[in-house]
Design a protein around this ligand. Structure first.
Ligand code: ADP
Ligand code: MG
Length: 290
């Protein structure tokens, strides 16, 4: 019977760490034409490490790193953790920072000794009217290497930049290749800059939409849905709206309780290949139903 075939598909998935909340979601997964992936923490491990620190003319590396770490100390963003870890590894004493505030998808800022210090994307720095000079060229070069550059500004004066690299998960390229073999298109959605996104997407053999603010991600998902059902795969709290906007939302990895509540399915291990396994499971189950 149909319910029996569905139930056995759902339990076969559960044994392999692929949780699907019901038959409707299981059916849609196998019919999807596109999988949209969040980058940070989903295609990558979400643990960026500092690779380069470049001081602006007349500034000091240790000072800009200590100020950046002080600004980031109130943030739980993966980039914040990377900057704080580097400051700690170098044994830097952090200045006191107050009035910390995040600018979603762009930057974080705080007051240090009467100055407003921000740490954020090159685009945010440009929007602030900062004159970046050679730092802009350095950021462009580092982004071409798949690194994320953030600019540190003190009252709009650039102190320097910090570059970080977040390595793709070991099975990300093979997971995308298996999806391609199943006839499913993969698109990376990221708030990161276009060059960094393009470098990482090229290494994984997938398409990319970059420099997306949270609302832009929802619009991209709606646009992709015009061509067929879309699976959105994400990990964190800020992915919940995107998971809900897709035909099927899939939470990956340790995930957060919020992501798991919003999602229609979950891949319990951090495996990009688990998404392709979900598609195969759905198709095998639906073949039994018919
Ligand atoms: P992603 O979609 O890759 O998870 P986010 O939307 O979290 O990216 O962030 C987009 C960009 O905004 C980052 O690449 C960075 O330039 C900037 N940004 C966001 N939060 C921070 C932060 N805490 N510190 C520095 N830069 C940040
Ligand atoms: Mg994110």
């Amino acid at each position: 019977s149909v319910p029996a075939a569905m139930a056995s598909g759902l339990s076969a998935g559960a044994r392999r760490g692929l949780l699907v909340k019901g038959g409707a979601a299981l059916e849609t997964i196998g019919a999807a034409t596109t999988v949209a992936f969040d980058k940070t923490g989903t295609l990558t491990a979400g643990r960026p490490r500092v690779t380069d620190v470049i001081a602006a003319e007349g500034e000091e590396e240790a000072v800009l790193l200590a100020q950046a770490a002080a600004v980031e100390s109130g943030s739980s963003h993966p980039l914040a953790k990377a900057i704080m870890a580097e400051a700690e590894a170098r044994g830097l004493a952090l200045p006191a920072a107050t009035a910390q505030a995040a600018i979603a998808g762009k930057a974080v800022a705080a007051s240090i000794g009467g100055a407003r210090v921000s740490v954020g994307s090159p685009r945010h720095a440009a929007e602030q009217g900062a004159v970046l000079g050679p730092l802009a060229e350095a950021a462009t070069r580092l982004e071409g290497e798949g690194k994320t550059s953030v600019l540190i500004l003190s009252d709009r004066r650039p102190l320097g930049l910090i570059a970080m690299r977040d390595e793709p998960r070991a099975d990300a390229a093979s997971g995308i290749a298996v999806l391609k073999g199943l006839g499913v298109r993969s698109v990376m959605l990221t708030g990161d800059n276009a060059r960094t996104g393009a470098a990482i997407a090229a290494s994984l053999g997938m398409e990319v939409k970059a420099e997306l603010l949270p609302d832009d991600k929802l619009r991209e998902i709606a646009a992709l849905r015009a061509a067929g059902d879309v699976i959105m795969v994400g990990d964190g709290i800020n992915d919940a709206p995107a998971l809900a906007a897709a035909s099927v939302g899939v939470a990956m990895g340790g995930g957060t309780d919020v992501a798991l509540e919003t999602a229609d399915a979950a891949v319990l291990k951090d495996r990009v290949t688990g998404v392709a396994e979900l598609v195969s499971l759905s198709r095998a189950t639906m073949a039994n139903v018919k």
